[in-house]
Design a protein around this ligand. Structure first.
Ligand SMILES: C[S@@+](CC[C@H](N)C(=O)[O-])C[C@H]1O[C@@H](n2cnc3c(N)ncnc32)[C@H](O)[C@@H]1O
Length: 216
């Protein structure tokens, strides 16, 4: 399976150990991972390790409604779908229309296309048009927009609902002196969430950094 390009925020040994002793993704996810390597930006995919965590969290929460920002090839969507209730729905938003056919094919192959509502366009514009309340939200689209996404989705979350935001440690840069513009935005997001009165949160040094946020 292809290796992801993120550096090891913890240590290479711990990273390898955790990955080696975590459950393998399903054959269809493995196939999708290989297929995604032929896209322009294969590093965009969540991949086996983060995907297994998304799947595990979704299975623990058993959500009825999920929102994903940033579909890419549908890997995260399929992982999140593993915990979805039988009558549940996943809304997923992707701005790059070239990826639509890709994800459609994958969702059909997995036999869950009737549980997925795909939107093509800018997430910040589409979120307000979706009339739904969410149990689980995965924020994984434009890194500069995370505070905006958070403010847009929070009123649509049920009490006890969970937001998972990816890449929030930005290759470890958020905690270093050579942080870049995107990292500064993610640092601002992490601080914003931590100070927000309507949520409780925990930051995890997993993969490129995950922010787990629970609406009180
Ligand atoms: C990291 S990838 C998503 C990976 C996917 N969630 C997964 O688990 O494999 C980020 C995706 O967000 C999309 N994106 C970037 N800006 C966006 C925006 N403003 N609105 C919607 N999608 C956006 C990109 O085109 C890209 O496909």
């Amino acid at each position: 399976m292809p290796e992801k390009l993120f550096p090891n925020i913890t240590s290479p040994e711990i990273n390898d150990y955790c990955k080696a002793l975590s459950s393998m993704p399903s054959p269809i996810l493995q196939e999708l991972d290989m297929m995604s390597q032929t896209t322009d930006k294969p590093q965009m995919i969540s991949g086996a390790y983060l995907g297994s965590l998304l799947s595990m969290l979704s299975k623990m929460l058993r959500p009825l409604t999920i929102l994903e920002l940033g579909t890419f090839t549908g890997y995260g969507t399929l992982c999140l779908a593993e915990g979805l209730q039988d009558n549940g729905l996943i809304y997923t938003i992707e701005k790059n229309s070239e990826l639509e056919g890709y994800a459609n094919e994958v969702f059909g192959k997995a036999g869950i296309d009737d549980q997925i509502v795909q939107h093509i366009g800018d997430a910040a514009e589409i979120i307000p048009t979706i009339e739904e309340t969410f149990d689980l939200v995965f924020i994984d689209a434009a890194k500069r927009q995370y505070i905006k996404y958070f403010d847009l989705v929070l009123p649509k979350m049920k009490s006890g609902g969970i937001i998972i935001a990816d890449n929030v440690l930005w290759k470890g840069k958020v905690a270093s002196d050579d942080n870049d513009k995107l990292g500064q935005g993610l640092d601002a997001f992490n601080r914003y969430v931590n100070a927000h009165a309507e949520v409780e949160n925990v930051l995890l040094p997993i993969d490129d950094g995950l922010h787990l946020i629970r609406k009180i």
